[in-house]
Every structure is written in structure tokens, then in C-alpha cells.
Design a protein. Structure first.
Lengths: 845, 156
């Protein structure tokens, strides 16, 4: 860690003694001590700019007023923030701003929380000493989610800097000069950016606003609730504003949560999925299964195409209990299994596994995390002797060297990803090994464009160099089991060999290894998401080998849990135990199960090789799906149960950083939808009439106890560490028939298939697409936006071609969320250490 | 154009240039800064397009549209404004059939530009035609000059 002795400075603000660290600005120190100094352009995330001149203060002995944001505190300094001189200067600044301002507060969404309005109110309105034109630029309402009204802009430049410096995008700029200056994208085109909305929260006035919130509510009618975001493992706190029982806005607030006011587009815009008209409202039963179970006779039934009929909870649960008992007694308990959800609460998942383990008597409970975080965690455990721990939010900041391997962190865990940019800005080295051009690769110190899926080869090559050049930590590594094996297995894996396998040069590998070894505080960061197909367990093993070789602890490997509650789902018992079947066995191997209960997961869209999954689901005797909307998987179910969503139920999430965060119920759920935990409580009673219904507090106590003891065990338990030699194997290499590699992942604006319900996110990214390199596109004469069909040995999908050099030649990239183009029909399911890349071909349409 | 932009980029790299210098270079090569140039530099240099565009619109020396063969520069500084440069500007616009938005004639012959004080306030209003100073510019004088240039060009 970079630790400096920090000197404490004593000084006075408004005759009150104040302490601050050396180098702090007067403004920061004042704000930290609850003293408000008006300011427009200051933001703690940004380099000090000092442009708005609103933060003027009087310093005793000084001749002129100074801007407090650019003045560092000094021992014995006496600062006054509201002297007549300061007030009059501030008034002048405000007056000059107000002469150009349209003063259209009555129709401005910011009114009531606008700093300009508040200050004008405090210091008195402009008397019109100056007269000048008002701007009459048209409002720009053309972009999704972000609206601009440049007439209201006070040109503080904060949005531009937040976007460029902090967010690493640079989509907007102050364009033109003088009176005509305005905030705009290049060429005044329609804003086309990542739509994080960070600029909106940064704007002190109403110049930037969210489209969905336009004229929706006056600020003073809103009631705010702080909640963890439902999407990724960052666990950002979003402040949700409610009006009439509905969430009408989400924003980040400085000082709240580890995200400290930052949000990504999912967190800021994705909350509206809960009010989608597609939400399930009633339990549904498939007609066929009712006929075949003689619950309803098919005669006389009304003929309509809907395969489901609505029913009551009581009937639906009776049916489930009856079928489950019947299958258990006819075929055995172990023929029943369940898939849990990385987005449901700790309580929900706890009750699912309790139901399966205790009421059914089966140990078959697992989740899609098997293809993501669990894969990483188990690989890690096999080397370090302990499971992965949670990530540390500031790990990138304390590192002086960051190696990111095939991980688009700023898309998958966007706000944590900003920490990598911040660390790089502060002088650390960021090396990105990725086939795809990402925000991180664009901001990296060096980018190694490796062949997709070849991270293992790159790391093995580095290990070869570390050993050959004796750069590793001998005392720490040589006594560890497997060292000799590791050394001999990689003896021949020279940089030249590794270079061939990974598509970069031998020199690059040698230099990278040396740089890695000479760093003081190094981390390797790798994401582990089920939708990514460029990594196998071998990559995590190789990375763990390399870290251990350097004598680095487990914390030097930062692997974040993917979703809002991945960690806690695992901790509360949804993971395949020794006796249980895992998700691969349940969903891909035939005849493993007769009945399956799926909660909050859509394997038919989100898991690899969906044809295999579909066949397996078809062969089941009984399928129950409990979800918030009719997913593709739910369409195959015998019973579909409507679940309450995030914000409609109490519970807890554990973020990728291990923070236990509380969820409130702030909205009512649609129709008869119920929290998942409650459904299981009812089912447990149906299965055994002696069982009582559990209250939320009972459930929560038991669930949290289980989860927290699991999390505590992660910290303590330590098996024997040992190196494990691994090599790169790719499940399916391109050949003449299927010449392209297909890389899949999650994109910034979506997550799973449920973010598709969000109208806001849909406005940003609504269509499936396939990225193709411009050279490939012109060779095959594929025009941008033309529909293309791609197919693998397992299936095919049609989507629009996006010609982009973000992907290298020979590689296609496609996001997997969109059920209208089921990309996962083409992908490969492998849990055996092979990289599940798929080989595909393109057919034009 | 592509090869010119490549050269500009090479010079920028070898001279460790700035956003301003690369734009200046482009303008001196092409007479203006085409959108394609900004898009090209942005992706090659990993600098957002908005940065280039911001700088290009901040300095009045930069021109984002192709300029005509003949440049008419009307001063709109305070002195010239007071002395009625608007009349001249309107007359020139009418003569060249320019609307508020286009500053270059459709045949690419003339561009009318407005700038801030040219430093000749004593002889305001001031108009430059291809660098030639017209002090106390009268409408007739300026229009006549334009006519004669147009005629010459026609003859060629
Ligand atoms: S929404 Fe985000 S990316 Fe887009 S302009 Fe604003 S800060 Fe930049
Ligand atoms: S849009 Fe808002 S944040 Fe951006 S410069 Fe204008 S006032 Fe400042
Ligand atoms: S980074 Fe993750 S937790 Fe934070 S707002 Fe985005 S999706 Fe939500
Ligand atoms: S906040 Fe200090 S000058 Fe703007
Ligand atoms: S104002 Fe026109 S030359 Fe000075």
C-alpha cells in the first residue's frame, strides 16, 4: 500500500476550529465539517478546475477573496465564508449567471433541488444591472434517457469533466465560445454514449435531465429510499424517489454506499423493470399437464391458444406438492432438483434450498454461477486451499500494477471498473490482455490483444519467464506442493510457444512478466460471469498459480461475484454439495432429473447451448418456474408462479465486496405475486402439514445465520495450498467449415434477460447484434446493419451486423441477453477446464 | 484525403503534437477540417471526438466547412457594429445568395465569415476580401469588388 504520513493542519473557519489533512482544499475541509460554501464546478472526483468562482471566501490577512476549492488549508489560517465582501462577490457571480438564465423554473425538473435556484433564493434575485440576451437553443430530446436544455447551463463544465475524466468516455464537451458556448457532443449530433447518466447527477442546474423523469414530479413531493441496486455485484446504493407508490427516479448520492454517488446505466435507469406490463400476476398451470393428471378434464375446456390457465395459489401449490411427492416416491428424491437465483434475496434462496433439502430430501440445488463465479471459486480453492473471498472495493487503488485478463470490468461491474481508471489516472500501470477493445483497454498503459480465450497460455508463458529468470518468490513458492510439477510442466512453454498460442509477441510476454514481478503491489483482476465464454477453470488456476509463485496472498486475485446476490445465494446454500447434482448435470446430462424447480433464472436464454437445455427440460416430467415475467424457460413449465421483485419485498443482498445490504419493500407487487421465500414457506407446509408457516423475521434470521457463518468460514478455513499445472485447451477451434470464433458476454446496459423489461434500458439497447471486424465484413461484403445469420454445430441465430474494430479479425462478438436472437443456441457448455468458445460460420440473409 | 490525414497523423506523432496543432495542420492541408478527419484522429489517437470538436469550435481560426476560393471577412467587433457593418454583411449575403446558415456559396466561389475586432477600428466598418482591407467599407465598393472577382473567375 502507498501509505504516507499525513500531516494534520489546524485552522479556523468562521471562528470555529477545524482540522484537515495537509493538502486538503478549504472547500473540502469546510464541507467535511458541515460548513456549506456554495460551489458549482467542484466535484471531489475531478481535478480542481476553479472556474465558477462561486466558492469565494475571505482569508484573514489576504488582500483578495480566494476560491476555496483551489486554496489548500494552512496552519493557523482564518477563513470566513459569509462576510459582506464575500456575499457581495457571490451575488455578482450569481447575477452574471442569472442574466443569461431562462428562469423557467416552473417547467424545470430540477426546481426544488437546483443549486442555482437555491442560491438565487438565498442571495436575492438579479436586479438586472446587466442586460443581455437569453439563449434560445432548442432542447435536445433526441437521445435515449439523457435530455439537454443548454439554455439552463451555467457552463460550470462539471458534466464534461465527469464524462471525460472520471467516466473515461468524453462524449460531451463545451462547444463554441463566448455567449454561444454549450454542452454538446461532437458535431452537435445526437448524444450516443454509454448513458451512465453520471453527468445528470453532476449538473448543479436543470440543463441535463433524465427523459423518463421529464415533467413527472416536483422534487418536493418525492420521498427517497436508499436501496442496493438489483443488477450487478458492485452493490451500489441507489436513491430511489417515490411518488404515489411508484419509483419515479433513481440517482446516486455522494457519500452513500461504496459507490459514493456513482451509478451505471443499469442502476440509474434499470429500476423500471418492475413496472413492466409483462410482469406475471397470477399462478399459471399448463392445461396439458392438468388433463394428463386428471385434475381437469380436457372435455368442455374452452378452446384458446393460451397453453396456460390462471389459477389460485392454493391450487397451484397443491398441485406442485402432489407432483413432487409422487415423483419422489416413484423415482426417488434424488430425481428432483432446483436452480436458484443470483438476484433473489438471501432469504429467498435460503428457503428454496431448505424446501429442496428438507421437504423433498434432495441435495440437487445449484445455479448458473456454476458457469461463472463458482467455476472461479473452485479453481481458486484447488490452488490456494481456500475459496475465493470477496473483492475489495479499493484494491485497484492500492495497487501499482493491475493485470486484467479477458475481462470487460467496466461493462460487467461498471462502477468498480471506474476504480481501475482512477488508479491508472493516479499513476498505476494497467495492463489489459483482451481480444476485444474495451473501455479498460482504451485507457490501459498497455493492451495485449491476445487471441480470444488464450489467457491461460499468456499466464503460463509469464510463469515460464518468472521461473526461468528467477523472478519469483523462492522462499514462499518452493516449499509449496506441486512446485516441481509446475516448473517441469512449463519448462518447454517458453515465451515463443506462449506467443504462438496467445497471438502476441514473445517480447511482450517477457516484458509483462518482468513488470509484473517488479511491481510492489500487484493485482490480477478477472471477471467470472456465466455469459462469458472466453475463460475456463484453467485460467483461474493459472492465475492463482502465478500469484502464489510470487508469494502473493489470495487478495492479489480480484474476482468479483457477478450479480447483486451471487455471493449470498451461494452462502445461503444454493450450490451443489458433494452429494448433489450440479447445474451442468441437471441441465445438460439426460435422465439426471424427473422434476425441476427453477427460480429467477432463464437458462433457455442465459445458459450456454440452449438446445441441450431445451431437450433436457422437455424430457422432464414436471417443471416449475417461479419468476417475475414469462421467460422463455417459463413458457415450457407445467406451473408458473409469479414472484415479487426487488423493491417489492424485504430481504438482504451480499455484494461482491461482502457487504450485507438491506432491501426494503417500497412498492407493492403486481396482482398476486409473492416473495419467493413466502412461496417456499407455503410449499413446505403443503408438503408436511405439521410444519408451520414462517414469518419473514424467522426466515431472515435463519437465512442470515447460515449465510454469515458461510462467509465467516471463507475467511478462516484453509486447506493445503498446492500448484496445479494446467494448459490451454479450447473446446472448439475454428476450422474451414466454421471459421469464426464467437465471443459472448453481457453488455453494459443489460444484465440477464430481465433487464429487457426495463423501458429505459430498452431505449438505449433494444436489439440483438453481432459485432464483426471491418476486414471480415468487407471480405464477405456485409453491410453495417444488415441482418446476418450465424450458426454453430449446435444452433443458429439471426441479428444485425455491427461492423466494428472492437473485435479482431476472425472473431465475432454477441451479447446473449436478447431472447429474440438466442445467441446461446450456438454456444458451448463446458465445465471441464476447456474454454467454451464456439466456432461459427456466417450466412448472409 | 486519407493519405493526407495519415501524413498529418504521422507528423503529430513524431512532433508530439497537441489537439490544436493537429487541427491547424489539417486545416492548412485541406483548407478546412472535415468531420471525417476528426473521426479518424479520434479513433487513431484514442481522444474523444468531442475534444477535437470543442477545440475546433473554440478558436475562430478553425473552419469546419469547406471554404470558398474567395474569402470575405466582415468585422463584427463593437466599432464596426456601431458603424453599421450589418448593412454591408446583408448586402453581401444578398449578392451571394447566402442564408443565415451557409457561409459558402453553392459553387464554392465565396465564403463570408464574421470575426471579432480586426484591429482597424479607426476605419470601421472593416471588410477584408482575400486579405485586401476595405476601410470605411461602403456597400457599393464591396459589392463591386465581388462582382469583379466573379467576372474574372467566369472568364477563366
Ligand atoms: S450519460 Fe455518461 S457517458 Fe453519456 S454524456 Fe453523460 S456522463 Fe458521458
Ligand atoms: S450542463 Fe450542467 S454540469 Fe454541464 S456545464 Fe452546464 S451547468 Fe455545468
Ligand atoms: S455498477 Fe452494478 S450495482 Fe452499481 S449501479 Fe451498475 S449494475 Fe447496479
Ligand atoms: S467551486 Fe471553486 S471555483 Fe467553482
Ligand atoms: S471592431 Fe471592427 S476593426 Fe475593431
Amino acid at each position: 500500500m502507498k501509505m504516507k504520513e499525513e500531516k494534520i493542519i489546524n485552522f479556523m473557519i468562521n471562528d470555529m476550529p477545524v482540522k484537515a489533512k495537509e493538502g486538503t482544499s478549504v472547500l473540502r475541509a469546510a464541507l467535511d465539517n458541515g460548513i456549506y460554501i456554495p460551489h458549482f464546478c467542484y466535484d471531489k472526483r475531478l481535478e480542481v478546475y476553479g472556474g465558477c468562482r462561486l466558492c469565494l471566501v475571505d482569508i484573514k490577512g489576504g488582500r483578495k477573496l480566494v476560491t476555496s476549492c483551489t486554496t489548500a488549508v494552512q496552519e493557523g489560517m482564518e477563513v470566513y465564508t459569509e462576510t459582506p465582501k464575500v456575499i457581495s462577490a457571490r451575488k455578482t457571480v450569481l447575477e452574471l449567471l442569472l442574466v443569461h438564465h431562462p428562469l423557467d423554473c416552473p417547467v424545470c425538473d430540477k426546481a426544488g433541488e437546483c443549486q442555482l435556484q437555491d442560491l438565487a433564493f438565498k442571495y436575492g434575485a438579479s436586479e438586472g444591472r446587466f442586460s443581455a440576451q437569453r439563449k434560445k437553443d432548442p432542447e435536445r430530446l433526441d437521445a435515449p434517457v439523457v435530455q439537454r436544455n443548454t439554455n439552463r447551463c451555467i457552463l460550470c463544465g462539471k458534466c464534461v469533466k465527469v464524462c471525460y475524466e472520471h467516466q473515461g468516455v468524453g462524449a460531451i464537451e463545451l462547444i463554441g465560445r463566448g455567449f454561444k458556448t454549450k454542452v454538446s457532443p461532437a458535431f452537435e449530433e445526437t448524444l450516443n454514449c454509454e448513458f451512465c447518466g453520471q453527468c445528470i447527477d453532476a449538473c448543479p442546474v436543470g440543463a441535463l435531465n433524465s427523459s423518463y423523469y421529464r415533467h413527472v414530479s416536483r422534487a418536493w413531493y418525492l420521498k427517497d429510499h436508499d436501496m442496493p441496486c438489483p443488477y450487478c455485484g458492485c452493490g451500489c446504493i441507489t436513491t430511489l424517489s417515490m411518488r404515489d407508490g411508484k419509483i419515479v427516479r433513481a440517482k446516486g448520492v455522494e457519500g452513500k454506499g461504496q459507490n459514493d454517488g456513482n451509478l451505471c446505466s443499469r442502476g440509474r435507469y434499470g429500476f423500471d423493470f418492475i413496472s413492466s406490463p409483462q410482469r406475471l400476476t397470477k399462478p399459471l398451470m399448463r392445461k396439458d399437464s392438468l388433463y394428463s393428471n386428471n385434475i381437469v378434464s380436457s372435455e368442455g375446456s374452452t378452446c384458446n391458444d393460451n397453453p396456460f390457465i390462471e389459477t389460485s395459489w392454493d391450487e397451484a401449490l397443491d398441485f406442485i406438492a402432489k407432483k413432487m411427492s409422487q415423483i419422489a416416491s416413484e423415482h426417488g428424491h434424488e430425481k428432483i432438483g432446483a436452480i436458484g437465483s443470483q438476484r433473489c434475496t438471501t432469504e429467498d434462496n435460503f428457503m428454496l434450498q431448505k424446501f429442496i433439502k428438507e421437504s423433498i430430501g434432495s441435495s440437487n440445488v445449484d445455479s448458473a454461477a456454476l458457469f461463472g463465479y463458482e467455476k472461479a471459486s473452485r479453481s481458486f480453492e484447488s490452488v490456494f486451499g481456500q475459496r475465493l473471498r470477496h473483492i475489495s472495493w479499493d484494491a485497484p487503488l492500492s495497487a501499482d500494477f493491475m493485470l486484467v485478463v479477458e475481462s470487460d470490468i467496466t461493462s460487467l461491474l461498471p462502477v468498480w471498473g471506474l476504480k481501475f481508471l482512477e488508479s491508472k489516472r493516479k499513476g498505476s500501470r494497467l495492463v489489459v490482455a483482451d481480444a476485444k477493445k474495451t473501455k479498460l483497454s482504451r485507457h490501459s498503459s498497455s493492451w495485449l490483444r491476445i487471441t480470444p480465450g488464450s489467457g491461460t497460455a499468456l499466464i503460463n508463458g509469464m510463469i515460464n519467464v518468472l521461473i526461468r529468470e528467477e523472478l519469483y518468490n523462492k522462499s514462499a513458492a518452493e516449499d509449496v506442493a506441486g512446485f516441481i510439477e509446475l516448473r517441469s510442466s512449463l519448462k518447454e512453454f517458453t515465451p515463443d510457444v506462449a506467443a504462438k498460442a496467445s497471438g502476441v509477441t514473445a517480447d511482450e510476454i517477457v516484458n509483462l512478466a518482468r513488470e509484473y514481478a517488479s511491481a510492489k503491489e500487484r493485482i490480477i483482476a478477472i471477471t467470472a460471469c456465466a455469459s462469458e465464454n472466453t475463460k475456463s477453470s484453467s485460467l483461474f488456476v493459472a492465475a492463482a498459480n502465478m500469484a502464489m509463485l510470487m508469494g502473493d496472498g489470495p487478495e492479489s486475485l480480484q474476482v468479483p461475484a457477478e450479480h447483486s446476490n451471487t455471493l449470498s445465494m451461494i452462502a445461503s446454500g444454493v450450490q451443489a454439495g458433494v452429494n448433489g447434482k450440479n447445474a451442468y448435470e441437471m441441465l445438460y446430462q439426460s435422465n439426471t432429473l424427473r422434476a425441476l424447480y427453477i427460480v429467477g433464472e432463464d437458462p433457455l436464454v442465459m445458459m450456454p447451448d440452449t438446445t441441450a437445455v431445451e431437450n433436457n427440460l422437455k424430457s422432464l416430467d414436471f417443471l416449475v418456474v417461479q419468476d417475475i415475467f414469462m421467460t422463455d424457460t417459463a413458457k415450457m413449465a407445467d406451473v408458473v408462479l409469479p414472484a415479487a421483485a426487488w423493491a417489492e419485498k424485504e430481504g438482504h443482498f451480499i455484494s461482491a465486496t461482502g457487504n450485507v445490504q438491506k432491501l426494503e419493500k417500497i412498492c407493492s407487487s403486481p396482482g398476486e405475486a409473492k416473495p419467493d421465500w413466502e412461496v417456499f414457506s407455503m410449499l413446505i407446509k403443503k408438503m408436511d402439514s405439521r410444519a408451520g408457516l414462517m414469518s419473514f423475521s424467522d426466515v431472515s434470521m435463519e437465512a442470515q445465520l447460515k449465510a454469515s457463518s458461510f462467509m465467516a468460514r471463507l475467511e478462516r478455513s484453509k486447506g493445503r495450498p498446492g500448484f496445479i499445472p494446467v494448459e490451454l485447451t479450447i473446446a472448439e477451434e475454428p476450422d474451414s467449415q466454421y471459421p469464426f470464433r464467437l465471443v459472448t458476454s453481457t453488455i453494459l446496459q443489460h444484465s440477464g434477460s430481465f433487464s429487457m423489461l426495463s423501458k429505459n434500458l430498452d431505449a438505449i439497447a433494444s436489439e440483438p447484434y453481432i459485432q464483426i471486424n471491418s476486414a471480415d465484413a468487407s471480405r464477405l461484403s456485409i453491410n453495417p446493419d444488415a441482418f446476418i445469420e450465424i450458426s454453430s454445430r449446435r444452433g443458429s441465430a439471426v441479428a444485425k451486423a455491427v461492423v466494428s474494430d472492437e473485435v479482431p479479425e476472425g472473431t465475432l462478438f454477441a451479447p446473449v441477453h436478447f431472447s429474440s436472437a438466442r445467441i446461446n443456441a450456438l454456444t458451448y457448455a463446458a465445465v471441464d477446464g476447456r474454454v467454451p468458445l464456439a466456432a461459427v460460420k456466417i450466412t448472409k440473409i | 484525403m486519407e493519405s493526407i490525414l495519415k501524413e498529418v497523423l504521422l507528423r503529430y506523432r513524431s512532433e508530439n503534437g497537441s489537439v490544436v496543432s493537429i487541427l491547424q495542420d489539417t486545416q492548412s492541408q485541406l483548407g478546412y477540417i472535415p468531420q471525417e478527419a476528426i473521426t479518424y484522429f479520434a479513433s487513431e489517437l484514442n481522444i474523444p471526438e468531442s475534444r477535437f470538436y470543442g477545440v475546433a469550435t473554440f478558436y475562430s481560426q478553425f473552419c469546419l466547412k469547406p471554404r470558398g476560393k474567395n474569402i470575405i471577412t466582415a468585422c463584427c467587433g463593437t466599432a464596426c457594429h456601431v458603424k453599421g457593418v450589418d448593412k454591408v454583411v446583408n448586402a453581401v449575403s444578398r449578392r451571394l445568395r447566402l442564408s443565415d446558415n451557409d457561409h459558402t456559396t453553392s459553387d464554392g466561389e465565396f465564403t463570408l465569415e464574421k470575426v471579432a475586432c480586426l484591429g482597424f477600428c479607426s476605419i470601421a466598418p472593416v471588410v477584408l476580401i482575400n486579405g485586401e482591407v476595405f476601410g470605411k467599407a461602403a456597400v457599393e465598393k464591396v459589392v463591386k469588388k465581388i462582382d469583379s472577382i466573379a467576372r474574372k473567375d467566369d472568364e477563366r
